[in-house]
Design a protein around this ligand. Structure first.
Ligand code: NAP
Length: 272
């Protein structure tokens, strides 16, 4: 798989974030461009001054960008338009340069929903979200659109309450986990993420008769996923959300279907 030669007509896409050194996005997007023989290249930029960077997208005519921590909310101030769901979520992780107009999207939301819908039809299902941060917001709005019955539990109860009031759903503190019987449990906290791999947001005994989705993808199999599997639960790895959100970005920038299997295998190889 070799990249097209870089020429004067090569389209540039990039990821803007800080820190950015460990991003897997250049690896998977460049491989996907090469696989489809698209004359695109993808770079990572460590960005401190976001407004200046967005001016750079316009000035240098980048085709698209991925936006990551800590810029997903602020970037909305500098775009020409923000797609409806991203507006509700209040965060943008993808920008398309459409003939000079910068349009914001949120593929964290649709990426998580695609990963879930590979396993379960969400309408009417009881979905419990652990966490109420940025990723939880994105997933919660996607679940709402699909007609799931949502409960949000968070360490800081006030944050769960604020999100729940926007979604008109149930909420509470983490201590209330075991008073619910969800069809699907989604961990959106960073608990269990490398290097704190022994952390787990719920007791193993609770993990019975439910689909368990952990959005943490480093390690590939978190303690939550391992214990859910030991109890016979079906599971979804955070890797699936990561790959689906990246595939959706690729589709927004190129208008072509992303080579999902290739992207997945590269991430697995890198994180194994
Ligand atoms: P965030 O906005 O900072 O939210 C973090 C959440 O984790 C909050 O709800 C926070 O609770 C909770 N939390 C943190 N430490 C905790 C602890 N010790 N005990 C209990 N709760 C704790 O972060 P985010 O952007 O939503 O990201 C969260 C995780 O998702 C990260 O690990 C990130 O890598 C992962 N992620 C994965 C994907 C993917 O594609 N798979 C995409 C996005 C994010 P408080 O409100 O009480 O602080």
């Amino acid at each position: 798989m070799s990249h097209s030669p870089i020429t004067a007509s090569t389209a540039l896409c990039a990821i803007l974030g800080n820190p950015i050194e460990h991003s897997l996005s250049p690896l998977i997007h460049n491989a996907a461009f090469a696989h489809l023989k698209l004359n695109y290249v993808f770079l990572a930029f460590k960005v401190v001054h976001l407004q200046e960077a967005v001016k750079g997208i316009r000035a240098l005519n980048l085709k698209g960008v991925s936006v990551t921590i800590p810029h997903k909310v602020e970037v909305m101030d500098y775009l020409d338009d923000v797609e409806k769901v991203a507006q509700k979520i209040g965060a943008v992780n993808t920008v398309l340069n459409q003939e000079g107009r910068l349009i914001g999207h949120n593929t964290d939301c649709s990426g998580a929903i695609r990963a879930l819908e590979e396993k379960i039809a969400l309408k009417g299902k009881k979905a419990m979200l652990i966490g109420a941060g940025g990723a939880a917001r994105a997933i919660a709005f996607g679940l709402k659109e699909k007609g799931a019955d949502i409960t949000i539990l968070n360490r800081t109860v006030k944050k769960a309450e604020i999100l729940a009031s926007e979604l008109e759903c149930h909420y509470g503190g983490l201590a209330r986990v075991e008073s619910f019987t969800p069809d699907v449990l989604i961990n959106t906290t960073s608990l269990g993420m490398y290097p704190e791999v022994d952390d787990i947001p719920v007791r193993k005994e609770f993990l019975k008769d439910m689909l368990v989705f952990d959005i943490v993808y480093n390690p590939l199999k978190t303690r939550l996923i391992k214990e859910a599997e030991q109890n016979g639960c079906d599971t979804i790895l955070g890797l699936e959300m990561f790959v689906h959100q990246a595939a959706l970005q690729f589709e927004i920038w190129t208008g072509r279907e992303a080579p999902l299997e290739l992207m997945r295998s590269l991430v697995v190889e890198e994180l194994s």
